[in-house]
Design a protein around this ligand. Structure first.
Ligand SMILES: [Zn+2]
Length: 268
């Protein structure tokens, strides 16, 4: 009976992952880095793994500082030395350089090649997803996509949103193109860039600017909100309690700040 109950609760905990993704293929062929077994690598990618290991302490610290909490479980990073390896574990290998699945960060070979300059910011971005996911489930729709991505990009100093600039993100807002922060995701519909008709990097950049704006409004309110989200409180309620306004109003204020209405009426 106990065993059945445990199985049932494990399934409930994994439900969102089970429903949307096939099981993760075996990772037996990865080797643990001698100097840092948190990092595992496809045979041949030891130098890449060593580099990841050297960046890990700083990246973990960066994420824990922004999330204001330590990781809830050990960090595991899997380093792919070949495109085939990465494609086995990641559903959109051509769109992503990294992804979290089943509590593991997977990194693509180009982060040790043509996109080596992105390795640290992308690692930090994924570690933010891992950190939140360890507490509330990975990419859970109870937290909107803009928050997952905005927090991760903020924790990574722009990592993951690095192919769009602040100026480009703000220009889109001035053209009336921005996500609506009050829109809740569902298991069937995550409101990501495509839904809003935005370039993916513009969406990530806008998400980061909005999350940063919330933190700049009040570090204390932001921390209260972030703690509540990490404690699995209802997202809208957590925001309302911390900021004393609904997300729709916070979105309106943000847009107005970046795109103030004309004041020519006062000069008549
Ligand atoms: Zn992300």
């Amino acid at each position: 009976m106990l065993r059945r109950l445990l199985f049932l609760s494990a399934c409930i905990a994994l439900l969102s992952g089970c429903a949307t993704q096939p099981p993760l293929p075996a990772t037996d062929q990865f080797l643990a880095l001698d100097a840092d077994p948190r990092v595992r690598y496809e045979p041949g990618a030891e130098a890449f793994a060593a580099q990841v290991s050297s960046l890990l302490p700083q990246s973990i610290q960066q994420v824990e500082a922004v999330h204001a909490r330590p990781f809830a479980a050990p960090v595991e990073v899997f380093v792919c030395g070949s495109a085939d390896c990465f494609a086995r574990y990641v559903r959109t290998p051509n769109l992503s350089a990294a992804m979290v699945r089943d509590n593991r960060v997977f990194l693509a070979p180009q982060l040790h090649g043509r996109e080596a300059h992105r390795l640290q910011p992308i690692l930090a971005h994924e570690l933010s997803h891992l950190h939140l996911g360890q507490q509330i489930g990975h990419y859970t729709p109870s937290v909107p996509a803009w928050f997952h991505e905005g927090l991760a990009a903020l924790a990574a100093n722009g990592g993951g949103a690095d192919y769009a600039t602040d100026e480009q993100a703000i220009a889109a807002i001035r053209q009336g193109k921005m996500f609506a922060p009050e829109m809740r995701d569902t298991p069937a519909q995550r409101h990501t860039a495509a839904f809003w008709g935005l370039d993916v990097y513009i969406f990530y950049r806008q998400s980061m600017l909005f999350v940063r704006h919330l933190r700049e409004q009040s570090a204390q309110r932001f921390q209260d909100f972030l703690y509540a989200v990490q404690d699995r409180q209802d997202f809208d309620l957590a925001f309302g309690n911390a900021y004393n306004m609904p997300l729709s109003e916070a979105g309106d204020r943000f847009r107005q700040l970046l795109n103030p209405p004309s004041i020519t009426a006062n000069n008549e």
